[in-house]
Design a protein around this ligand. Structure first.
Ligand SMILES: C[S@@+](CC[C@H](N)C(=O)[O-])C[C@H]1O[C@@H](n2cnc3c(N)ncnc32)[C@H](O)[C@@H]1O
Length: 225
């Protein structure tokens, strides 16, 4: 779909604990990126699957999964230390309902996720790419949002949060123009943005934004039935 990536692999050494978790737990909780893998079968049950793109260190992911054992969570990330950290959280909390694919989310959606299958998408504080010449790297951009709409089941949701005003406005326009998605908060008091979802834990990049006095903007779109 794109030649342009929405990420650059960040430098950063894995801590000893992250490396140990990565070495010992990835065979159990990481799904290899190979064509025809059925990610639903990897959970061993038929519970609905929410896909998180770019979970970073994954602590919010683990907290959400722990609070919702009747739901499954598939995390997509390319940052190896973060994958090691989420694996550590999975073990610490004894979580059964998380699986990880270490690969570009755009290619994972294109290749492995069937249409009308995902119960939800979480995209928390995606890289904002603030310079104009980098806007083309932004994840929440059509036609990628069209693909998200295609992969969602009817009634499923996309929940995105950002601390960048310009990206928030950009994403609101892109998602509003995406066929099949509707905004239940359109015409509400927040100019189309959603009120904060009480169940979402604060993430590492959210805290960084708050420290810089950035305002948090939430976007919540639902796929038509
Ligand atoms: C700014 S960080 C936010 C991390 C976390 N959600 C948080 O709020 O702390 C964005 C993350 O998205 C990941 N990412 C960006 N594009 C991605 C892609 N196409 N596939 C998988 N991960 C991606 C990056 O590696 C990075 O860890």
């Amino acid at each position: 779909m794109y030649g342009i990536k929405s990420y650059v692999i960040r430098a950063g050494r894995m801590s000893d604990a992250q490396k140990r978790s990565y070495d010992t737990l990835s065979s159990r909780f990481c799904i290899p990126f190979v064509p025809d893998v059925n990610y639903n079968h990897c959970f061993g049950n038929e519970n609905p699957v929410t896909i998180e793109i770019g979970f970073g260190m994954g602590i919010a992911t683990a907290m959400i999964a722990e609070a919702n054992p009747q739901k499954n969570y598939l995390g997509l990330e390319v940052h190896k230390p973060g994958i090691g950290r989420l694996l550590w959280e999975i073990e610490k909390r004894n979580l059964q309902n998380i699986r990880i694919i270490e690969h570009d989310a755009v290619e994972v959606l294109e290749t492995l996720i069937p249409p009308n299958s995902a119960a939800g998408f979480h995209i928390f504080f995606p890289d904002p790419w603030p310079k104009k010449r980098h806007h083309k790297r932004r994840l929440i951009t059509r036609p990628f949002t069209d693909m998200i709409a295609e992969k969602l089941r009817g009634g499923g949701y996309l929940y995105m949060v950002t601390d960048w005003e310009d990206y928030g406005n950009w994403a609101l326009a892109e998602l509003s123009a995406t066929p099949g998605l509707c905004n239940p908060h359109e015409g509400g008091g927040l100019g189309g943005f959603a009120p904060p979802q009480e169940w979402r834990p604060r993430t590492k990049f959210e805290q960084k934004g708050i420290n810089k006095k950035h305002e948090i903007r939430e976007l919540y779109f639902v796929k038509e039935q």
